[in-house]
Design a binder for this molecule. Structure first.
Ligand code: GLU
Length: 509
């Protein structure tokens, strides 16, 4: 295969606004963007909204948010305009009508008056006879009189493309090479519907031509209709853009095609929609790295790279045409790396909207909260997603009364009983009353010394204290947690925990 000429490309991402963007769509847009940036070309956003039955108005904004989140800025599009505006197909109706008429005038398309009822009867009959279903071309060769009669009756019509009855159509896919298809396999597809709007086959070909698109990256599901597209482009006498059919992304089971629904495999729920990944706290840079390596490979070894490095190396020819399932674990791993690489203040800012939502606290209050300044750096290495922070930090924002000490195991030190654990809480409390300054380091030192004096293992000493302040078995590092909570609140919690253990002792005693 010859290397592509890397001249300035014009590529478009052309989603249909029929719901939220899923990761497969975002990957297509990412490859478009990489190619545009690599070649110093243009990345164009075009909204293909001619299927009014499936149209969902909110999805345009949602698509744009998803692209912007990943940093895929577009040079031409509905909001930013451009030399080929409008970039929304429903606003270009006349363009398609004129082009459909042009094909009729060239004898390459025709008005079809067949009613939906007739088409249904025809299909049933074809099934009964076990022959291939498809339009029987009844209107293709109507005489002038027959046409005039139907028009006079005001019969509704669609426009169909007249596929050659024999011969072969050849097109080239950059990843698969030359593909030949027998024209007898092809149908006279509808290109303009009764509502006056085009189908994808006409609209996309016309727009790709008028918008001077050089490379079409689209889902593999369009391979089957690519011969028809080739015929339409030829009928107009235009050149075909370079076609790159991108491999399907499989769901985590590796069996089905990824859909817009969440998928549960072996009890684990996998996300599919871009805004779900956003809400779960994946960082755009991690997602960028991850998706760039889905179907293409930056490097056999290096997994982490910058946008500039990706742009530099990206090559369309290197895209792997076989379907692949998303390696979700890798995304988590990458995300944790990117979280670790953030400056603590940046991580704090990124976490605030999550904590605000999950802990029901105002963002402004969290922004000024000193507890976060102490605790964010110590959970930084412990979270894979931003939405995991709330679980690590919720105890710090609760009142002492809200901490649940009903699970006594939480407060009992390793190899200890309730009595021994009460002693540990007391020892801790007396120490915390006097330690100065009240900061993680001195607190830690005092605790370790005391553990030696008492001849108890650090773990046995610290366990009850951890349970007392957090109400949890697993929580962020103890001494930072104590510092964050402050002397008074820590002592209050230890006091309550002690009471709980005393009650337990009395009940058991
Ligand atoms: N509107 C089509 C889709 O969403 C676009 C396919 C293409 O990129 O040509 O599948």
């Amino acid at each position: 295969m010859t290397m592509l000429d890397n001249g300035a490309a014009r590529v478009r991402f052309a989603p249909s606004p029929t719901g939220h963007l899923h990761l497969g769509g975002l990957r297509t847009a990412l490859f478009d963007w990489l190619w545009a940036r690599k070649t110093g070309g243009k990345f164009i956003l075009r909204i293909e909204d001619t299927d009014r039955k499936r149209y969902e108005p909110e999805s345009v904004a949602s698509l744009m948010r998803g692209l912007a989140w990943l940093g895929l800025n577009w040079d031409e599009g509905p909001d930013v305009g451009g030399p080929h505006a409008p970039y929304v197909q429903s606003e270009r109706q006349k363009v398609y009508k004129d082009h459909a008429q042009d094909l009729i005038d060239r004898g390459r398309a025709y008005r079809c008056y067949c009613s939906p009822e007739r088409l249904e009867t025809m299909r049933q009959e074809q099934r009964r006879q076990r022959i291939r279903t498809g339009y029987d071309r009844r209107c293709r060769d109507l005489s002038a009189d027959e046409k005039a009669a139907r028009e006079a009756e005001g019969q509704p019509w669609v426009v169909r493309f007249a596929v050659p009855e024999d011969g072969v159509t050849v097109f080239t896919d950059l990843l698969r090479g030359e593909v030949q298809v027998d024209n007898r396999q092809l149908q006279d597809e509808v290109i303009l519907k009764a509502d006056g709007l085009p189908t994808y086959h006409l609209a996309a070909m016309v727009d790709d031509h008028l918008m001077q698109i050089t490379h079409v990256l689209r889902g593999e599901e369009w391979l089957a209709t690519a011969p028809l597209h080739r015929l339409i482009v030829d009928a107009f006498g235009w050149d075909m853009p370079v076609l790159v059919h991108l491999p399907v992304i499989l769901d985590p089971s590796g069996k089905g095609k990824m859909s817009k629904r969440k998928k549960t495999v072996a009890g684990k729920e996998y996300l599919a929609l871009v805004h779900e990944f956003q809400d779960a706290g994946y960082l755009p840079d991690a997602m960028f790295n991850f998706l760039t390596n889905v179907g293409w490979n930056y490097d056999p070894v290096e997994e982490v790279f910058s946008r500039e490095e990706a742009i530099e190396r990206f090559q369309l020819e290197e895209i792997n045409p076989s379907a692949a399932a998303l390696p979700y674990e890798k995304l988590d791993w990458l995300n944790s790396l990117y979280i670790r690489a953030l400056k603590p203040e940046a991580l704090k800012s990124a976490l605030i909207p999550f904590l605000s939502r999950q802990l029901a606290l105002p963002e402004a209050e969290l922004a000024g909260d000193l507890r976060l300044d102490i605790l964010v750096p110590v959970i930084q290495e412990r979270i894979k997603r931003l939405d995991e922070a709330a679980d690590w930090l919720d105890w710090a924002f609760q009142d002492a009364e809200e901490i649940d000490y009903n699970e006594p195991k939480l407060l009992i030190g390793r190899k200890m009983d309730a009595g021994g654990s009460i002693e540990m809480l007391q020892a801790g409390a007396s120490l915390l009353k006097s330690v100065e300054p009240f900061a993680a380091e001195p607190i830690q030192r005092a605790f370790r010394e005391r553990a030696d004096e008492l001849e108890v293992k650090a773990g046995s000493f610290f366990g009850p204290i951890r349970g007392a302040i957090s109400g949890k078995k697993v929580s962020p590092p103890l001494f930072e947690s104590i510092e964050a909570l402050g002397r008074e609140e820590t002592l209050r919690r230890i006091g309550r925990a002690k009471l709980a253990l005393e009650r337990l002792e009395a009940e058991e005693g």
